[in-house]
Design a protein around this ligand. Sequence first.
Ligand SMILES: Cc1cc2nc3c(=O)[nH]c(=O)nc-3n(C[C@H](O)[C@H](O)[C@H](O)COP(=O)(O)OP(=O)(O)OC[C@H]3O[C@@H](n4cnc5c(N)ncnc54)[C@H](O)[C@@H]3O)c2cc1C
Length: 435
Amino acid sequence: MGETYDAVVVGAGPAGSAAALVMAKNNLKVCLLERGETPGSKNMFGGTVYRLPTAELVPAFWEQAPLERPVVTEELWFLDDVSAVKFGFTALQFARPPYNKFTALRPAFDRWFADLAVRAGAKLYTSTLVQDIHWEKVGLTGRRAAGVVLEDGQVIEANVVILAEGAAAFLTQKAGLRRSIPPSQLVLYAREVLALPAATIEERFHLDPGEGAVLGFVGFPAGGIIGKGGIWTNRESVSIMVGGYVNQLQAAGYSLPALLVRFKAHPLIQRLIGGAESLEYQAHIIPKGGFDNIPQLVAPGILVAGDAALMISGRRGSDLALLTGQYAGEAVVQAHAKRDFSVATLSAYERRIQESFFLSDIKASRHAHTYYATHSDADLLLTKALNSTMLEFFRVDMETHKEKRQRIITKLKSMQSPAKTLRDLWAGLNNWGVF
Ligand SMILES: Cc1cc2nc3c(=O)[nH]c(=O)nc-3n(C[C@H](O)[C@H](O)[C@H](O)COP(=O)(O)OP(=O)(O)OC[C@H]3O[C@@H](n4cnc5c(N)ncnc54)[C@H](O)[C@@H]3O)c2cc1C
């Protein structure tokens, strides 16, 4: 390990492995460091892998990657205590190449992805915690990163350090590139993987053999605070997730495991997961309100990519991690070709991000969390309003259509003003990010 590298990458998640793969393919000497026993062993997500961004780097990856199911059905449920208003879409063409999205489990997916970088020539060291940046003095007061320091004090020298260390981003913060994010802009999620036979999954989610579904849930799952739930169908398991803003979880005195138990016990959720056995449980943070907290992406000798750089838009994160890792790797390849690792040259990375579609999306949703700070019950009230309207609409009565319509409008107005319902819906559309 004690050699000098062209680049050292911290973290073998999608961002780090993408960066390592790009650089190794271009014959750079790359060291990829991962604190977990294997890539992905410390990672979790709901589980959607997006085809197009991944195929940019690994064309036709679905022929070799450990994926669970191609997603053909997506649904958003406004879930109340004993009813649900559902919006959904099924596209059978998504069951065939080139597909659209896949469900996946991170330990297998991340191992496969890191292995691509290794096969291209990168050196991967697992169970290796990076403790700090190794700084080199520049002039009288300046400094530049010249490698990393491991837990045991060993120094690994490199021309560039790519920080792809995920959402907590301790090194990025320690280097003074990212400020700490307040609890009002952090969402904490719990996720459990539950074993179910493939045939049961297909019957309950109305799928043909091998097809997948992803369901998002608003309202009931977060118990009156802002948050949501989700279910992903894997081959022989389902991943179920629930979460909410950290400050609201604290204020409501909710424990995340209890919220997950409550969600799983819902009678309509039981119809989907009843009889399933628990395989694993994990919790993880997603930083929201990203745009205003985006760190300094380029510093002398450093690039920051993926979640560490807050490249998260709605539910999309692993694909943006992959893309930013790719861009970071490509910027280092260019710098290596010029033998110029100055900030000016490495800033090609930042320019690509500034021109990207995802930065525009992250910028557009920058104020979503401020609406929810003052309307923490918005999702629940909206769910109640929708379910109550549908209940009245579908219930058979002995009255004229006009009387029925009038009664529904009066009831809706009594719950909250129609203008507020519309505002809640708009804020939700900007914030739920379930598709
Ligand atoms: C509940 C939940 C559901 C999600 N669902 C989806 C989804 O369906 N689709 C999607 O695209 N995204 C989803 N995301 C987001 C997605 O998981 C992240 O955006 C993605 O994992 C970011 O990739 P990354 O490589 O930047 O970081 P990570 O995947 O977090 O990888 C960082 C790696 O760095 C390692 N590491 C950290 N510090 C050190 C250190 N000091 N030394 C050595 N190694 C270190 C970690 O062990 C880890 O392996 C979800 C996230 C959560 C929490």
